[in-house]
Ligand binder design. Structure first.
Ligand code: ADP
Length: 328
């Protein structure tokens, strides 16, 4: 048997651990493992090479993905996927592990329908996949956000400013929510955890009235049409005593980098091992997830039909930890 592995969509810390686990599990079982470079684009361009134990030596501690990642919108077209299937067959590859997000799962499903068994692993910092409690890279990214918020706090405190910090997360607010909860901030606003603007202004006003040197930190998630960074900065300037002492900053691409934390490493390794086991059992069109600390797998069609909800217990923490204007 010959198994291929590729990483697709946005890169995330821990993708290398999934690759490492797949290569090592294949080795233990006498299966040849091949790396496909640059995601589905590399599959179509035949950028395929064997992956040895030496190739993955030391990668478990490194961020990014040694296989690189790419996006190829044309992969939705059957003729383009046909070329990918031909390349896999020419290289003698029977089955594929795909590490990526929901979009990558769709590609994996389509390839399975064309006769190549594929298993999807949730590789994204965004934690936006419904079929797993956590995605590979989410906790490493949360730690980076935590460091970022603490750095920004130092300057906010020194200049008595209100600083609005925008995190990544695509359309999912978990990165902002977890980062904010772990840092003691004044407010967090995401799609799933909105707060009333008037309440926010009242909160910041009370804080500043009580202490004219008070500083404040507000964390927001990206891609929320109801709350965008520059708009919010302007509104806080106009509606609170912070006036001109308001700034906005986006944490940006630093959030995607860095060596994976222990949780991401262990979870990615567990998932990588399971992916190979499923392929050996002849299964395809499935994706692996973590549920209540157990590794599980779902049919991709079922997984993609699941709706993702913010954990109400986590959202509740934000409300408990952050004072509202009446309590101040
Ligand atoms: P993510 O996997 O992180 O969600 P994207 O949505 O960009 O990232 O998807 C990654 C890649 O998966 C796309 O560039 C494309 O090659 C492939 N893909 C996405 N949707 C489909 C689809 N409906 N059918 C086939 N391939 C798809």
């Amino acid at each position: 048997m010959r198994i291929g592995i590729l990483t697709s969509g946005g890169d995330s810390p821990g993708m290398n651990d999934a690759i490492y686990a797949v290569v090592k599990t294949c080795y233990k079982r006498g299966i040849e493992c091949y790396g496909i470079y640059n995601g589905y684009r590399g599959l179509v361009r035949n950028q395929i090479a064997p992956l040895s134990l030496e190739d993955v030596h030391g990668i478990e501690s490194k961020g990014g993905t040694i296989l690189r990642s790419a996006r190829l919108p044309e992969f939705k077209e059957v003729e383009v996927r046909q070329k990918a299937v031909e390349n896999l067959k020419a290289n003698g590859i029977d089955a594929l592990v795909v590490v990526g997000g929901d979009g990558s799962y769709m590609g994996a499903l389509r390839l399975t329908e064309m006769g190549i068994n594929c298993i999807g692993l949730p590789g994204t910092i965004d934690n936006d996949i419904a079929s797993t409690d956590f995605t590979i890279g989410f906790f490493t990214c949360t730690e980076t956000i935590q460091k970022g918020i603490e750095l920004v706090k130092d300057t906010a405190r020194s200049h008595s400013r209100c600083i609005v910090i925008e995190t990544m997360g695509n359309k999912c607010g978990d990165l902002a929510l977890f980062g904010a909860i772990s840092c003691g901030v004044d407010a967090v606003i995401t799609r799933e955890h909105p707060i009333d603007e008037e309440e926010l202004f009242a909160r910041l006003t009370k804080k500043r009235e009580k202490n004219p040197d008070a500083y404040a930190i507000v964390v927001i998630s990206e891609k929320n049409p109801d709350c965008q960074l520059n708009d919010l900065v302007e509104k806080i300037k106009q509606n609170t005593p912070f006036g001109q002492h308001v700034r906005g900053t986006s944490l940006g691409f630093v959030q995607r980098g860095g060596n994976p934390c222990t949780f991401d490493r262990i979870m990615a390794i567990r998932m990588g091992v399971r992916a190979v086991e499923l392929l050996v059992e002849g299964k395809g069109g499935r994706c692996v997830g973590l549920r209540k600390n157990a590794i599980v797998d779902y049919d991709i069609v079922e997984a993609l039909s699941k709706e993702r909800h913010v954990d109400p217990d986590i959202a509740r923490l934000a409300d408990i930890l952050m004072y509202n204007s009446k309590e101040l």
